[in-house]
Design a protein. Structure first.
Lengths: 325, 130
């Protein structure tokens, strides 16, 4: 009999009970649907001991690696502390140590944290201001000894948080961070698999982290990055990435501009169209998509129809709150 | 003239097809066929492709004779809004057609395909709300 801890409470999971049944019986609100390990509505995460593999069948490999499981088919063999995907509110503090414009619209924000913090490059955290205003941003770097987190923050018209970061946030200021979340990150294994990464604007942030991670872990297959924007204000790290492509045999880098401007330095067109046109088939490829939700959803379907397996498509749509003051 | 191999081997249909690995191999092909079929893709054109693929997988597992908690009531409830959108027998036939073509593409023998189609067929009335 395993014990399940959620928040402040601990319950016994009987031998014939799933984690979902145990929690529902104790009146803990857990979303659920099919109760047979299919719909994934009851997705939860173990914060300590790994869940049984049988409770992880069918969920994304990256989520499996983070100890996510389906509560309705989880018959735990050992005690677990669990949380819902949106309730992992272990907050830490971090200090602003660098703030630099990458383009007139996008700022490179670097935070330093003191406490231990686990993440994969490409995941996102919720950044919180002193008054509670909170927004999600993707992490652009891999974990290293300096205990820093890098973000690329685009100034949005009427964006309360992004404008504050651009205009008012000062070096030395403290921000509160949630745990790292999201399934859009690199996993080692299948090192010869070709990777394609398509991002628009500051959607480069997680992709940049994922590429660093893949190369760092010795990924040997080709890695193709397509970065697009409407105009030059959305393209950055160009020199750096061109240098990387020049000295890294398996890394290929293409910049795209979809707007009116003619610029011989970049390919004319949308990054997703340019990327898809350049390849015959995506059968066997691993795909990462980040940026505007419409681009991400449309491209997800395009790459799937072009042969990529559903299990190999990792996406992070940057949803923007429509109504802001 | 039944095939002695699959009737006497004692293996379930699901095992003969290759179990979960076969479902995984089939789901992408099957979902791609469904999405590219103009006759039926409006019923599947959900922006949440992952949730959609998970449902396809549950359906394939069930049709392959695999472990499932199939409930006619759930199936009815899940398809009621599509019936309102005009879901009818011709659409169901198209799905069965794609199921067969998917298995043929994976070189599954005809007699096993027929067994899968027969299981899928048992959901017809529930799916169509008859």
């Amino acid at each position: 009999m395993a014990r399940i801890t959620i928040g402040e409470s601990t319950f016994s999971c009987q031998a014939d009970e799933s984690v979902l049944e145990t929690l529902l019986k104790e009146n803990i609100q857990i979303p659920f649907g099919c109760r047979q390990g299919v719909c994934q509505a009851c997705l939860m995460r173990s914060l300590d001991n790994p869940p049984p593999e049988s409770a992880q069948i069918g969920i994304k490999h990256t989520l499996q690696a983070q100890n996510y499981f389906l509560a309705c088919v989880c018959h735990p063999e050992q005690d677990m502390t669990v949380a819902l995907p949106n309730q992992q509110d272990a907050f830490i503090q971090a200090e602003v140590i660098k703030k630099q414009l990458l383009t007139p619209d996008i700022v490179h924000l670097v935070l330093k944290y003191q406490t231990s913090f686990n993440f994969f490059a490409g995941q996102f955290v919720n950044l919180q201001r002193l008054d509670g205003l909170t927004r999600s941003y993707s992490i652009a770097n891999i974990p290293h000894q300096k205990n820093i987190l890098e973000f690329h923050i685009r100034r949005l018209p009427n964006g309360q948080f992004s404008n504050w970061v651009h205009d008012e946030l000062e070096l030395g200021a403290q921000l509160t961070l949630s745990t790292a979340q999201g399934a859009c990150h690199y996993l080692p294994g299948r090192a010869a698999q070709p990777l394609i990464l398509i991002g628009t604007g500051s959607g480069l942030a997680p992709l940049y982290g994922i590429i660093t991670d893949a190369l760092n872990q010795g990924h040997a297959g080709p890695i193709h990055l397509f970065h697009g924007s409407r105009d030059l204000n959305g393209l950055y790290f160009i020199e750096e990435l061109r240098d990387l492509a020049a000295k890294t045999d398996n890394f290929h880098y293409t910049t795209c501009l979809s707007g009116e401007s003619i610029d011989s330095d970049h390919i004319q067109g949308r990054a997703n169209d340019v990327a898809l046109d350049s390849l015959e088939s995506l059968g066997g490829w691993r795909v990462f998509l980040c940026g505007h939700p419409d681009m991400v959803n449309q491209t997800k379907k395009m790459v799937f129809m072009k042969g990529a397996s559903m299990a190999d498509i990792y996406a992070d749509a940057f949803h923007v709150l429509q109504i802001e003051n | 003239m039944s095939d002695s191999q699959d009737n006497n081997s004692g293996q379930s249909l699901y095992d003969q097809l290759g179990g979960e690995a076969a479902v995984n191999a089939a789901v992408d092909i099957f979902y791609r066929k469904v999405l590219s079929d103009y006759r039926i893709n409006r019923f599947f054109d959900n922006s949440d492709m992952e949730a959609q693929a998970a449902k396809q997988k549950a359906f394939l597992t069930m049709a392959f004779g695999g472990p499932n908690n199939y409930s006619g009531q759930d199936m009815r409830a899940a398809h009621a809004r599509f019936v309102k959108m005009g879901l009818n027998a011709s659409h169901f036939d198209a799905v069965i057609e794609h199921l067969g073509a998917t298995l043929a593409e994976l070189n599954v023998p005809q007699e096993l395909i027929a067994q899968v189609a027969a299981i899928a067929e048992t959901t017809r009335n529930d799916v169509l709300g008859k």
